[in-house]
Design a protein around this ligand. Sequence first.
Ligand code: FHN
Length: 477
Amino acid sequence: MVIRRVVVYVALSLLGATAVRAQSSAHAVSFGPAATSARESTAQKDARMQWWRDAQFGMFIHWGAYSVPAGVYHGERTDGIGEWIMSHSKVPIPEYEQFVHAFNPTKYDADAWVRAAKDAGMKYIILTSKHHDGFALFDSKVSSYDMVDAAPYHRDALKALADAAHRQGMRFGVYYSIMDWHHPDAQGPNAPEYNSRTWHNPNFARYVETYMKPQLKELLTQYPNIDVLWFDGEWVADWSDEQGRALYDWLHTIKPSLIINNRVGHSRQGLQGMSANHDAPGDFGTPEQNVPATGLPGVDWETCMTMNDTWGYKKFDDDWKDTKTLVRTLIDAASKGGNFLLNVGPTSDGVIPAESVARLHEIGEWMRVNGQSIYATTASPYGAPAWGRYTVARNEIFAQVFDWPKNRRLVLTGVTSKPSDAYLLADRKPLTIEQTSEGYVVLLPAVAPSSISSVIAFHAGDMTGSLPSEPVGRMKE
Ligand code: FHN
C-alpha cells in the first residue's frame, strides 16, 4: 500500500540536513532509513512542508536573456531547449551579453502573470532568478550582470513578481543555477564547452563563497516571501553532495522555513528525479518531464514539465501538449503522491505565450469544479484503475474517470470494503453503488461531465484500516 507522505522521516545526511523523507511500501524502493535532522523534528518538518504538500500544483517560469534570440542564432534555428542557446550554439560570452543588452520587457505585467497562475488553480510560482547563462533577473549587489545594471529594463523583474505574488496570496519561490556559464570562477573560462561535466575551475570555491552564496543570501533577505529554493545545474564537476549538504544547512540558518529541492545535491538521477538509497540533502525529489510509474514512495516529490518542448521561449516551438494531457498529468502526479510544476516561457517583451495562457485557463475550468480532488491529496491506496486514477484527500476517495464506461457501470477496482456516499463532483448528485461479483460498481449517468476527467467522490469503509486516519499523509510512528 502506498500513501504519499506517510511520514517516516529520513535525516540521511551526515551534516544533519533533513534529507528527503521515507516511507515503507509494498513495492516501493525505500529511500533510506528514517530519522530527523539534529535540528529539526519530524513534526517541525511536517509543519514546514505542509503548505507545499497541500498546494500540489505550481507554475514554473523560465525567463531570461535567452528569450531575446528565442531559439534563433545567426538566422539558424537551434535544436533543443531555448534556454540552452548559449551552449548549444556555442555563443561567445561577449556576443551573448548583447542579448542581455537587448532585454527590455516593456509589456511585462507581473500581476497578470500571477492572475494567469491563479486562474489555473496554481498555488505557487517558481521563477528562474538566474539560469545557467548566469544572468540574474533581480537586483544583485555582488553582480552587475543583472536586470537592473546590464539590461535596458533597469528594474528588478523578480521583485515585481515577488510583490505581485504576495499581493495576490500566491506562494513564491526561485530557481537558481549552481552552474554558471558567465562567471570566470565557474564555467565561463571553459567557453564554448560551457556544459562540461569533467572540467574543473580551480577558483570554483571562490565563486561559491564570494558570488553564489552572497546572491542566495540577497534572494532570501531582499525578497522575504521566497519560500522555495529550486536548485539546478548541480552536475558540474566542482559541485559535490557534501557542498550541497553544507549549503542546505547554511540556507536554513538564514531562513529555517525554506523548502529546498534535492538538486542542492546529487540525488536527482537524471530526469528520474530521485535516486534510490541515496543519502541526499533536500526536501523533495524532482522528476523532470515525466511522472514516475509508481511515484516516489516515501518521499516528497514534484514533477516539472513543459507545455511544449522548451522551458525558455522559442518563437517556433509550437509542439503544445493539449489541456487534457496537462490535467491528466496533474491528476497522475497527485494520484501517486506528487506535486506538479507546469512551465511557461515568456517572451522577451514579457508576455506569456497565448497558447500557454489558454491552457492555463482551461485547466482552471476543470480545477474550479474538481480542485478538491487534487489539493492536499495523498497517493492512491488502490493503485491505478484501467479507467483512470484515484486521489485521496482527508477521508474521501476520488475516482478520476478518464474513460467513461459505455455500460454506465464503473467498477471500483481495488476497493475492497463497502464504499458509501458516492456523488459526482460536477453536480453533487448522489450515485448508487452495487456490490457485484466484479466488485463494487457505481451506476453512472449516460454522459460524462468532463472529457478530461469526471470525478466521483466516495467514502470507503476500509479507509480507517488502510489509510491514515489523520489529515493528509500523517501516520503516527
Ligand atoms: O538544464 C536545465 C533546463 O534548462 C531546465 O531548467 C530544466 C528544468 O527542470 N532543468 C535542467 C535540465 O535538467
